[in-house]
Ligand binder design. Sequence first.
Ligand code: IPM
Ligand code: MN
Length: 359
Amino acid sequence: MSKEYRISVIPGDGTGPEVITEGIKIIETVADKCGFICKFTHYDIGGERYKETGEILPDKVLESLALSDAIYLGAIGHPDIKPGILEKGILLKLRFHFDQYINLRPIKLYEGVNTPLKGKGPEDIDFIVVRENTEGLYVGAGGCLKRGTGDEVAIQESINTRKGVERCIRYAFEYCRKRNKTKRLTLCGKTNVLTFAFDLWERAFNEVAKEYPDIETDYAHVDAICMWMVKNPEWFDVIVTDNMFGDIITDLAAIIQGGMGIAAGGNINPYGVSMFEPIGGSAPKYTGKQVINPIAAILAAKLMLETLGENKAASLIEGAVTKVLRDDLKDVAAGKMGFTTKEVGDLVSEYIKGESNHV
Ligand code: IPM
Ligand code: MN
């Protein structure tokens, strides 16, 4: 009997649905080819539902999502809704509820894609950021006093637990070993100023490192990482960091690999339900125009299948994406591809169908 996966789909807001349609098309193409089945269940979570019903993410939906093998998410964010409501109520809630403690963000410059970094090519830009995804400044600890007065006080605390930090670091070491590239893991921190939080990170890092003598370790402050990522991106293999720094450096990293049309990420609980998304956002002004590049969503699907253990399907997708980027797309940016969103999906799908079965 063929293996069957239950995939929950949250197309979400803006251009989310149109890129997710292409991602599903690709998943179905590879599933056919590799002999497994994906059963998709769609959920209308997002800005529109919130506007109509006031519901953000009902418990019933969470219970149902918990029964799936993975969640495939388009984008969350609506121009009529105050920033923070949907982000906290949907995206962050899902990450926390399913304890998706890793945010995995592969950064790779594919052939044919322009980078703003002068003199750098695909051989220089190929690394992974392992971002802690359930702690730090994102937990919402803190509060404010005397809001709106001249005496206002606002406190936002970064929570770092030994358990949370260590499991993230351990995942990064394992990932680095499995990836087997230059086997260098860089801790990105700020030990010179955040002397409590990053003291804990540094000690955990150095202790776990003893179990991985085959991995070379390195440390850099977050500000320096931003500098090196632009000047010498080839230095990096795997970078591990906390939630906030990970958020910031992965936007910088996304732009050096060609931008939001390409960037994909996974919110991973290695022992539970993980969630995969293009990291570009809902791009409301492009909604329905079929101009957004679906490659990020397709690469998120690739990451999802890889995490589910379907490595052959993942490499078929990557092979086809590599060809489309190298041979077909004029540019990766919205509206400049020379193709519609659907046409890009069709191209990837055709290349996969054309691959010999002996991969
Ligand atoms: C991301 C996003 C989110 C984050 C926002 C939308 C809450 O920027 O996935 O990087 O800060 O994590
Ligand atoms: Mn971000």
